[in-house]
Design a protein around this ligand. Structure first.
Ligand SMILES: Cc1ncc(COP(=O)(O)O)c(C=O)c1O
Length: 438
């Protein structure tokens, strides 16, 4: 008997509109997601997404190792597992963290479904509606989405080319607390920050930790890119300098592959207990098969050598992007010079609005992420994030050439028509829809 084809119902009229929980009211499609559908077309050079380039992983050998895993240990690997994560995985995670000078015990590690879920669990454990989270301005769009979903108020703290300004951090804490706000934690990405590419200097790290200690502030250190340094050795993690006030989040997404969805949180003991209970409520256990697969990779492959290969590949791409920007962007444009990670942060000449420019850029077959996506408060209209991780160096050079043309045309249009920059069409990503650029 064949069942009739289900008809696709038009979901624009939502009968549940009055039934949704209040915390869903601000939820919306992120600019990054909306971009993917267009930017993935082959004719567009996408400098928008943050997908790691995993094409050079030893896929054949990995396939054979995973086949052996299923045959020899499949009964365990495909079973339910521990809510905290498998003990062998947590021990190997401790070894990975030692690369950044972190000394930790496997008991204090909670395995998660990517570090994104670690962010979700930490937020769920600490945030009541209206609580304040401090974050770099700008900050990771996925974290802002999570904080928003739990109805936190995000207050951005100014940063410069050495990371968060510790004086601005202390001043924000004092004035928010004086105003009766409950500041729960600082969320920071110390290495090759997403979206700016900026890395905190060691001095800056110490100063931020001093402020945190003085003001009794918890720090969430999100560090998915730390081992992907392009010049020099990895920096010491904040967690390597201080264990009490820091919850550290790590991930295999950028140093191995994101599809396994394995990340982790390293937390002081009491917090760790709460995270495990919350993890059990959310998923019962993090993906067991992925933990076995990653453990196999760490045991049987030269994962440190693979990170060196990733660094060499990303360095070439970063250099292509910096060369392309120097050659093609008009005077008045500036950009950061990252020494790791995936991203460069561009500031456009005065009067330009990156979001208003985006549809014209896509028509010119180049995509970027507008700066406003990375702020909770509508700032960033003169900025854009460019990622150098995925396209080849040749495509990156071509992308920057196209981008340069679009920016020059935009400047020319402003000169001809005398457009008032304040009047530029502007979508507020916190309250409005994602840009329709398809
Ligand atoms: C700063 C930052 N944190 C967390 C994540 C989430 O990574 P995953 O969930 O794949 O570990 C990303 C992904 O791009 C990121 O850039």
């Amino acid at each position: 008997m064949s069942l009739p084809e289900p008809s696709r119902r038009d979901t624009r009229l939502d009968q549940y509109v009055d039934a949704y929980a209040e915390r869903t009211h601000g939820l919306q499609v992120s600019a990054v997601r909306a971009l993917f559908s267009v930017a993935n077309r082959p004719e567009v050079v996408s400098l928008a997404g943050g997908m790691p380039n995993i094409a050079d992983l030893p896929r054949e050998a990995l396939g054979a190792a995973i086949a052996r895993l299923v045959q020899e240990r499949g009964v365990q690997a495909m079973q339910y597992g521990s809510g905290q994560g498998e003990a062998f995985m947590r021990e190997q995670i401790v070894e990975v963290m030692a690369e950044e000078d972190i000394r930790a015990h496997a008991d204090d590690v909670v395995v998660t479904c990517g570090s994104q879920q670690a962010l979700d669990l930490v937020t769920r454990v600490f945030i009541d509606p209206g609580d304040v989270i401090l974050a770099e301005g700008p900050s990771y769009v996925g974290a802002l989405g999570t904080f928003h979903a739990y109805q936190a108020k995000v207050v951005h703290v100014a940063m410069d080319d050495e990371g968060i300004d510790p004086r601005a951090l202390a001043a924000a804490l004092v004035s928010l607390r004086a105003a009766g706000e409950r500041v729960k934690f600082l969320y920071t990405i110390p290495n090759f920050q997403n979206p700016t590419g900026v890395t905190q200097s060691v001095e800056r790290r110490k100063a931020i930790l001093r402020v945190a200690k003085e003001h009794d502030l918890l720090i969430i250190e999100d560090n998915p890119y730390g081992l992907l340094t392009l010049d020099g050795a990895p920096m010491p993690a904040l967690r390597s300098m201080e264990s009490e006030n820091v919850i550290y989040l790590g991930s295999f997404s950028k140093t191995f592959a994101p599809g396994f969805r394995i990340g982790w949180a390293l937390a002081p003991h009491a917090v760790r207990e709460k995270l495990v209970l919350t993890q059990e409520a959310a998923t019962l256990a993090p993906p067991v098969f992925s933990q076995f697969a990653i453990s196999t990779y760490l045991n049987e492959f030269d994962w440190r050598g693979q990170i060196v290969a990733f660094r060499d590949m990303y360095r070439e791409r970063r250099d292509a992007m910096l060369a392309g920007l120097s050659e093609h962007l008009p005077p008045g444009s500036t950009w950061t010079v990252p020494n790791g990670g995936f991203f460069v942060w561009v500031t456009l000449p005065e009067g330009l609005d990156s979001q208003a420019m985006l549809p014209r850029a896509v028509a010119a077959r180049v995509a970027f992420t507008p700066g406003t996506a990375f702020y909770a408060d509508g700032l960033g209209s003169r900025n854009m994030r460019l990622s150098f991780c995925f396209p080849t160096p040749e495509r990156i050079l071509e992308g920057t050439r196209r981008l340069g043309e679009v920016i020059k045309a935009e400047l020319e249009m402003n000169r001809t028509f005398g457009i008032d920059p304040g009047a530029a069409r502007h979508l507020d990503l916190q309250t409005g829809p994602a840009p329709d650029i398809s």
